[in-house]
Design a binder for this molecule. Structure first.
Ligand SMILES: [Zn+2]
Length: 299
């Protein structure tokens, strides 16, 4: 299964959403589907759960009976089959059929939490990722220029900084750096995929370093990678549960250095500490951070 499909599987998992976020996710799914206009409201996707969520999003809008059609061939196509129903869909999200250019209607993103839910829906409908073992590339394919600009602006507000290019008449909002992609996956709710991406990056990095040293010891790489992934995950967990700043100053310093340099070896991390620290001193600090992160029941 492709990395993209794994991300989509994770994003499409059943989750409890507040009404504001439910609407934001539905909006992302519909707005970034293949068409969103009075003449066509439609998605074509190879991802079954995305088609199901798209249908569910439509089901949340009061529409005349028998307005939704689902066709399954190689791909799934879900569409709204009559014009009054399509008009109702547009109106539900505050769009009018006379809108000359399709823009992002911020009124559908009521609270900060809704940004992430919108992003999740948008990802399911319009995003694709390369295999991270080969290259780092994540893109949203958007049919309208101004909408692509609005999506990029929204991402920037979330401290995610994409670029835009035009390809085959589509406006591509994309990321090419692994850190940016990792942050986007985390924001959208694909934490497992984000960790997997980090693990792949660390492995690649360690292998490159080992090759330079002409000493590719797979067992050691595995050990270092697993330790690094665990440590970075621990620091991120402390961040997300607002417990990071409660760490003693020395541990806090090491935590910041680890999370800012997830791909560094212990030797490199030692050099990054402003005050001298021994290898065993550093190992001890990292061990404590992992312990503290796992103490609390929060995940
Ligand atoms: Zn919300």
């Amino acid at each position: 299964m492709s990395f993209s499909s794994r991300v989509k599987d994770e994003l499409a998992q059943a989750r409890t959403l507040t009404p504001c976020c439910q609407k934001a996710q539905s909006y992302g799914l519909l707005l970034l589907g293949r068409d969103f206009s009075v003449s066509s409201v439609k998605i074509t996707t190879e991802h079954a759960q995305t088609a199901a969520l798209y249908k569910q999003a439509l089901a949340g809008i009061p529409l005349p009976e028998n307005s939704i059609s689902t066709v399954q061939k190689t791909n799934y196509t879900v569409s709204v089959v009559n014009e009054p129903a399509r008009r109702a869909v547009l109106e539900y999200f505050g769009h009018s059929e006379t809108d000359i250019s399709l823009r992002l209607n911020r009124a559908n993103l009521v609270n900060d939490c809704c940004f992430r839910s919108f992003l999740r829906g948008a990802f399911l409908s319009s995003a694709n990722m390369s295999e991270p073992e080969k290259s780092y590339h994540l893109e949203f394919s958007v049919s309208r220029a101004k909408l692509a600009g609005d999506i990029a602006a929204l991402l920037s507000e979330m401290d995610l900084n994409p670029k835009i290019i035009v390809r085959d008449g589509k406006h591509i909002v994309y990321f090419k750096d692994s850190a940016g992609i990792e942050d986007l996956l985390t924001a959208a709710g694909a934490q497992d995929a984000a960790l997997e991406l980090m693990r792949i990056k660390i492995v690649k990095d360690f292998i490159n370093k080992s090759k330079r040293r002409q000493n590719c010891d797979t067992a050691n790489i595995d050990k270092s990678v697993n330790a690094a992934v665990k440590q970075v995950a621990a620091v991120k967990k402390l961040m997300h549960s607002n417990r990071l700043d409660a760490l003693p100053p020395q541990l806090l310093e090491t935590a910041h250095i680890r999370v800012d340099n997830p791909y560094s070896t212990l030797e490199e991390m030692i050099r990054l500490h402003p005050a001298p620290i021994t290898r065993s001193g550093l190992s001890h600090r990292l061990k404590r951070i992992v312990e503290i992160a796992s103490e609390d029941g929060e995940t």
